[in-house]
Design a protein around this ligand. Structure first.
Ligand SMILES: Cc1cc2nc3c(=O)[nH]c(=O)nc-3n(C[C@H](O)[C@H](O)[C@H](O)COP(=O)(O)OP(=O)(O)OC[C@H]3O[C@@H](n4cnc5c(N)ncnc54)[C@H](O)[C@@H]3O)c2cc1C
Length: 547
């Protein structure tokens, strides 16, 4: 008996998968921003990275790692504590590829000093591309890289751990860190009663010989299979930073007991635990009572990574939207040729081009800061402002990108639904929006002279762009008000926009002009595409975004 055929129709007018593309070369704004900030010599390395991460195989790993979420194994069959989290092999593969490319360490020398040159810029380009494929696994990658800045205040500990952090091997085995081929580090600061206000931490550290015994809880502690965590706890002299390894020096499993894993909106390939320390072994990092000072450099680096990753998510949204619009016809005409869709896509392309120019400008400041006081001041003032603006713009942007694909954008087979669910987290963790605004105010008041010099420099770089003069005046006035905290969001957003215009002016002056016209001289409309760009400008923006 013959079965009826299910092939009732031919599938056509669907865009092919946006895979097996070189994520670097197709992204002219990225290529130009890297070159503008000293990274041109790494072109081949970045091309190879972009080709690998843009492959269909890597896209599949990203999807599988998010569909098969990590599982907490609290006890074994006999009721003995295990406190292990199991990840799908696809997650381990992503970790191994990121480690192989040095995303967790390439901004440091083997001794843990800033690598210099364009190390920050080159790594940021890779981080930006990796975020386009899978962002969850970047959490332990970024924490490992940032932890070196905190360990630097405890040179003996840095000297012991750096040989392992500096390798490009990823070793997922559950074993004492000193027996492994490479190691990862996480952070435990947030408690139930406070994440922003870590001074309210209740976790207690009692001195025990050369080390400490730590008892308490953490309400969020991500990537729980890291080999060690930097943990804040109250010691006799006040809040202090500790290095808490998964295994105690005698080789026994440290008393780090996971209660459960968070059920999160996005970021699902990454595990985030609730955890209790039951007299867990820890070593002091920095002086007692100096916990916040110890972690502050580290937090700058994770904030920088939040901005890079959010820019990467938006870039991916733009690339998928543009790719789809060039293949999909509606009313006998490709979407990419419909004037209204062109307005939407070009306005989005301008936002991404400005975001990557700004993020790379910031990374250049991180590269130069150790030897250049002005760049160090730029870094301190602009890191929170850039994290604020870039990260908070991502969810709205990704929603619009999704809509460009119509119904296909909303389903889980595509990557945009995942990006959309991922996008709010970078604004929330590592200092939420208001906290970033308060941080800008703090930098302005603590280092008033250096901060004023940065503002003057930005004004000079943006001079002549539409709205730049008014923006400079607005920022000066708003930050000068006695109630500046109340208007901090207004002022910080304007500061980020001015910095973005200045950064874009170095890379693509004509697009900086368009940016000034639509974002500085007037408030940008709530929706993308509510702009009036000339046909040539639309073509220029979209050709640069994706040839
Ligand atoms: C997926 C995920 C993973 C995480 N992983 C980790 C981890 O590995 N380690 C870790 O330590 N933490 C982690 N966190 C916690 C995260 O860092 C905190 O949630 C964050 O710092 C905010 O703290 P909170 O949740 O206590 O909110 P709160 O501090 O209560 O803040 C709530 C809101 O109030 C605002 N606010 C705070 N102070 C002020 C003020 N003075 N004026 C005006 N507004 C203010 C904030 O901007 C925020 O919007 C994770 C969080 C998430 C979502």
């Amino acid at each position: 008996m013959t079965h009826p055929s299910f092939a009732t129709h031919e599938v056509f007018n669907q865009s092919p998968p946006f895979e097996d593309v070189d994520l670097f070369t197709v992204d002219q704004p990225l290529v130009d921003a890297v070159a503008a900030h000293g990274g041109a010599a790494a072109g081949t390395e970045l091309f190879e990275f972009g080709q690998h991460w843009g492959s269909a195989a890597m896209a599949a790993r990203g999807r599988i790692a998010n569909e098969n979420t990590p599982k907490l194994r609290t006890f074994d069959a006999r009721g003995v504590r295990r406190d292990e989290v199991e990840f799908h092999p696809a997650y381990h593969e992503l970790m191994a590829r990121s480690a192989h490319a040095g995303l967790h360490n390439s901004t440091w020398t083997a001794e843990g000093r800033p690598a210099g040159g364009a190390a920050e810029v080159v790594r940021a380009a890779k981080f930006y591309m990796a975020a386009q494929v899978e962002a969850g696994h970047l959490c332990p990658i970024t924490m490992t890289r940032a932890s070196v800045a905190a360990l630097a205040v405890q040179p003996d500990l840095l000297a012991q751990t750096m040989p392992l952090i500096a390798t490009r091997a990823y070793d997922p085995g559950f074993a004492p860190w000193w027996t492994k081929r490479g190691m990862t580090l996480g952070m435990g600061m947030t408690e139930k009663q406070g994440g922003t206000d870590v001074r309210s931490n209740m976790t207690r550290a009692i001195s025990d010989g050369d080390a400490y015994r730590i008892t308490g809880h953490k309400w969020f502690m991500s990537a729980p299979m890291c080999d060690a965590f930097l943990v804040l706890a109250q010691a006799d002299e006040g809040l202090t930073c500790f290095f808490m390894p998964r295994f105690a020096p005698d080789g026994s499993v440290n008393a780090i007991q996971f209660q459960r894993l968070k059920d999160k909106l996005g970021n699902r390939s990454n595990a985030s635990s609730e955890v209790e320390f039951v007299g867990a072994y820890g070593m002091r990092v920095g002086d007692e009572g100096k916990g916040i000072r110890t972690i502050i450099q580290m937090v700058q680096l994770t904030r920088q990574d939040c901005a890079i990753a959010s820019a990467g998510l938006m870039r991916s949204g733009l690339a998928h939207a543009l790719h789809h619009a060039r293949h999909r016809s509606v009313f006998q005409k490709h979407l990419a040729d419909q004037p209204l869709m062109q307005a939407v896509l070009s306005d989005m392309a301008l936002h991404v081009e400005a975001s990557i120019a700004l993020v790379m400008r910031l990374c250049r400041a991180f590269d130069l800061a150790p030897d250049d006081a002005n760049e160090a001041a730029y870094m301190r003032l602009l890191t929170p402002a850039i994290k604020y603006w870039v990260c908070k713009s991502a969810p709205g942007f990704l929603y619009e990108a999704m809509e460009c694909l119509g119904g296909n954008g909303y389903v889980e087979e595509g990557i945009l639904a995942r990006h959309y669910r991922e996008s709010p987290v970078n604004a929330i963790w590592e200092g939420s929006g208001n906290v970033m605004c308060l941080d800008v105010l703090r930098a302005l008041s603590r280092e008033a002279e250096a901060a004023q010099a940065v503002l003057q420099h930005l004004a000079a770089e943006a001079r002549g762009l539409p709205g730049a003069g008014e923006a400079v005046a607005f920022i000066g006035k708003a930050f000068g008000r006695p109630d500046s905290e109340r208007v901090a969001r207004l002022a910080v957003e304007k500061l980020a926009l001015l910095a973005a215009a200045a950064a874009l002016n170095r890379v693509s002056p004509h697009h900086a002009e368009l940016f000034g016209r639509t974002r500085l001289a007037q408030d940008h409309a709530a929706m993308y595409g509510a702009v009036d760009f000339a046909t040539g400008d639309i073509r220029g923006l979209l050709e640069r975004a994706l040839p």
